[in-house]
Each structure stands twice: as structure tokens, then as C-alpha cells.
Design a protein around this ligand. Structure first.
Ligand code: NAP
Ligand code: F7E
Length: 341
């Protein structure tokens, strides 16, 4: 039975990847960090008592800022595949906590790669690189496009990407980078713009609020479905030869278009509800991202299944259903935490 280790398993992508690997028959180990509140909501459905015979899902306390915890987990698990998905992944927040963001998203990768190297493990490694690394380079962007990062987050990701390539070239590690464009889902963090919009649409539709405050509506992103993108991660590690691949739909839309589509799917007019609050602007913005994923299509046979309108509908429907469910249960404490970012 192949063994996988996932950092960031409690996040959006980690949870979809864990679903995929469990379905493929893997033993899945995830690193979770210590939190004063529960942070395993997205993977609780996979939980099985470790004492039960046949348990294949295990969580371990560790942190990407703590090299010894990573080395300890690697030695005890001895994984065949490592997926490094852990990060402080919010671009706007990275301007507020730049050093921590660089520590987790940048140095975290070299801590893990070095621990693999020192332990002499012959496992395959996936690095979660990001289209944010392209920054101000005009679309379409591919693996061969130059990088011009526009945030502390993107700078950290460029370091993690380059150090992964460096370990591959220096030590022959089977290490691949997926340069993923934005991907979303009903499990998307509540403060990213798509989920912020679809949660607010649900609250407006059900009469709990009236106004949604957003920042730059003109930014364009290539939005796909996270469930499709974790398949690309797995396929990369099944290749004989490691490499770097841009993963995206090849289609981009503005934040405004996303809002129009989301409100209209719920039978609402976005102009009645959306207002601009400049506090959501960023010190430096990435204007437009659109993937050229032709290498992934050609060499990995990867194609996205869900398109833009399917994604918007899936997210709006899921948020309306979740809110109706919680209201029916009498739980009205749906804090407006997304207003913070
Ligand atoms: P996410 O939902 O924000 O999940 C991030 C994960 O990293 C969470 O499990 C989080 O734990 C964990 N984490 C944060 N700080 C950590 C630390 N110090 N040590 C160990 N783990 C830590 O992100 P995502 O959307 O799933 O993205 C997965 C990866 O792909 C990230 O590296 C992200 O930067 C990258 N990426 C994402 C996209 C996208 O559009 N989603 C595109 C390109 C690249 P908690 O649950 O405890 O917070
Ligand atoms: O912003 C604009 C904002 O925070 C998208 C991460 O997963 O994808 C993600 O980074 C756009 C930006 O994602 C609001 O200015 C307008 O132009 O949803 P986002 P992101 O910054 O693209 C990349 C690929 C990653 O790697 C990252 O980890 O939307 N925008 N108004 C807003 N954004 C937010 N969050 N909130 C607003 O109110």
C-alpha cells in the first residue's frame, strides 16, 4: 500500500487530495498544526480511530516552521510521496505578516526537502507553486514564463519553487512543482474573494445581510475547481521524470464577472448589494492571470472538468444549502469573519 504525507492537509487542497488518495488505496498521513480551536473540519469525514484494523488516515502534530517536527514525521512515516501544500496562503495577509509568510511558505519547503535529503529517503515530492509568482507578467503564463512576484507570499513561493528545482538538479530528487492558478470550491477559505462572494450571496438571499464590501473588481483570475487540480498533483508524481507544470483552465474572468454570475444564480442583482471598500485593495496588485496549461494537457493528459459557470453555481448552491441547514438547526452564529480581509 503506497504511503503519502500531506502538509496542509486541513486546508482546501489537502482535504481534496486526501479524499483522492484514500480512494486510490493509499495510506494517508497529514501534518496538522496545533490550534486552540478545532482545525480539522475539512477532513473530519476521513477520520477513523487509529486503533481500528485497516485504518488508513492518520494526523500528526508538526509545523513547517519546526524542522525537527518534520524530520521526526518523515522518519516515522517513511512516505513514498510527499505533497507540500502547507502555507500562509492569503496574499493580502502576507503584507501584514511578511516574515511569517516567508518562513512557512518559503523556508518550509527547504526544511522539508533537506529533511528528505538527510534521511536518504527515495520518495517523490510535490511543491505547491503558484501563479502569483508571475505577478506582473502579462497572460497567458506557462512554466517558461518569467517570474515577477508582487507580494511577500509570491516572493516566498518563488523561493520554494526555485529551491525545489535546485534539490532536483543537485541531488536527483524526484521533485515536481505544480504552478497552480486559482482554484476554488465549497471548501475554499472564507476570506478568498470567490468564497467571500458566495457566502455573502447566501446570507443576502436568506435575509441575513444586505451589503457585500469588496476591493478591486477589475482583477482577472483563471478560476478552476480544486477537486480537478489535486488530480494534476497526483499525476505529476506518477511520471517517470519529474518536472514543472502550469495548471489552469485557460480562461480568465474579472472579480466583477464572478460577482455578477454568483448574484444572478441566486436571482439577485449584484448592483443592489456590492459596495467598494478600499481597505481590501492591496499595496501591489496582480492584474491578470490566465494559464497556458498546454504542457500539462500534452504530457500529463490533464484537463479540468468544471468550467467557470459550473464552479460559481456549485459554490453558491453549497453556501445556500449550508446556511439553510444551520438556520434550520437554530444556529445563527455565522460570524462575518470574511469582513476582516
Ligand atoms: P489553505 O486552504 O489556506 O490551506 C493551507 C494549509 O496550510 C492549511 O492546512 C494550514 O493549516 C496549513 N498551514 C498554515 N501554516 C502552517 C504551518 N506553519 N505549518 C504547517 N501547516 C501550515 O490553502 P489551499 O488553497 O488549500 O492551497 C494549498 C497550497 O497551494 C498552499 O501552499 C497555497 O499557497 C498553494 N496554492 C493555492 C492556490 C489556490 O488557488 N488555492 C493556487 C496556487 C497555489 P490550518 O488549517 O491550521 O490553517
Ligand atoms: O483574490 C481581488 C484581489 O484573495 C483574488 C490564493 O489561493 O490564488 C489566491 O490568491 C482577487 C485579487 O486570491 C476582494 O485584490 C477584490 O485581485 O481570492 P483572492 P489571490 O490573491 O488571487 C493564488 C493563485 C494563490 O496562490 C493564493 O494562495 O480578488 N479582490 N475584492 C478581493 N480579494 C479578497 N480576498 N477580498 C476582497 O474583498
Amino acid at each position: 500500500m503506497p504511503k503519502a504525507l500531506i502538509t496542509g492537509i486541513t486546508g482546501q487542497d489537502g482535504s481534496y487530495l486526501a479524499d483522492l488518495l484514500i480512494a486510490k488505496g493509499y495510506e494517508v498521513h497529514g501534518l496538522k498544526r496545533r490550534s486552540s480551536s478545532f482545525n480539522t473540519d475539512r477532513v473530519d469525514h476521513l477520520y477513523v480511530d487509529a486503533h481500528q484494523a485497516g485504518a488508513r488516515f492518520f494526523l500528526h502534530y508538526a509545523d513547517l516552521t519546526d524542522a525537527s517536527s518534520l524530520a521526526r514525521c518523515l522518519m516515522s512515516i517513511q512516505p513514498d510521496e510527499i505533497y507540500n501544500l502547507g502555507a500562509q496562503s492569503h496574499v493580502k495577509v502576507s503584507f501584514d505578516i511578511p516574515e511569517y509568510t516567508a518562513d512557512v511558505a518559503g523556508l518550509g519547503a527547504v526544511r522539508l526537502l533537506e529533511a528528505v535529503h538527510r534521511a536518504g529517503l527515495h520518495c517523490r515530492y510535490y511543491q505547491a507553486s503558484s501563479s502569483e509568482m508571475f505577478g506582473s507578467i502579462p497572460p497567458p503564463q506557462s512554466e517558461t514564463s518569467p517570474f515577477h512576484p508582487r507580494s511577500p507570499y509570491a516572493c516566498a513561493k518563488v523561493f520554494a519553487h526555485q529551491i525545489t528545482v535546485n534539490y532536483r538538479e543537485s541531488y536527483g530528487q524526484h521533485a515536481s512543482c505544480g504552478i497552480l492558478f486559482n482554484h476554488e470550491s465549497p471548501r475554499r477559505g472564507e476570506t478568498f474573494v470567490t468564497r467571500k462572494i458566495t457566502r455573502s450571496v447566501a446570507r443576502i438571499k436568506l435575509g441575513l445581510e444586505d451589503t457585500l464590501y469588496l476591493g478591486n473588481l477589475d482583477a482577472q483570475r483563471d478560476w478552476g475547481f480544486a477537486g480537478d487540480y489535486v488530480e494534476a498533483m497526483w499525476i505529476m508524481l506518477q511520471q517517470d521524470v519529474p518536472g514543472d507544470y502550469a495548471i489552469g483552465t485557460g480562461e480568465s474572468h474579472s472579480v466583477r464577472e464572478f460577482a455578477v454570475a454568483a448574484f444572478s444564480h441566486a436571482g439577485l442583482d449584484w448592483r443592489d448589494h456590492v459596495k467598494i471598500d478600499p481597505r481590501y485593495y492591496r499595496p501591489a496588485e496582480v492584474a491578470a492571470l490566465r494559464a497556458d496549461a498546454s504542457r500539462a494537457r500534452r504530457e500529463l493528459g490533464w484537463e479540468p472538468r468544471i468550467d467557470f459557470s459550473g464552479l460559481v453555481k456549485m459554490m453558491v448552491d453549497a453556501d445556500i444549502e449550508a446556511l439553510e441547514h444551520s438556520l434550520q438547526g437554530g444556529v445563527q452564529a455565522v460570524a462575518r469573519r470574511s469582513a476582516e480581509h
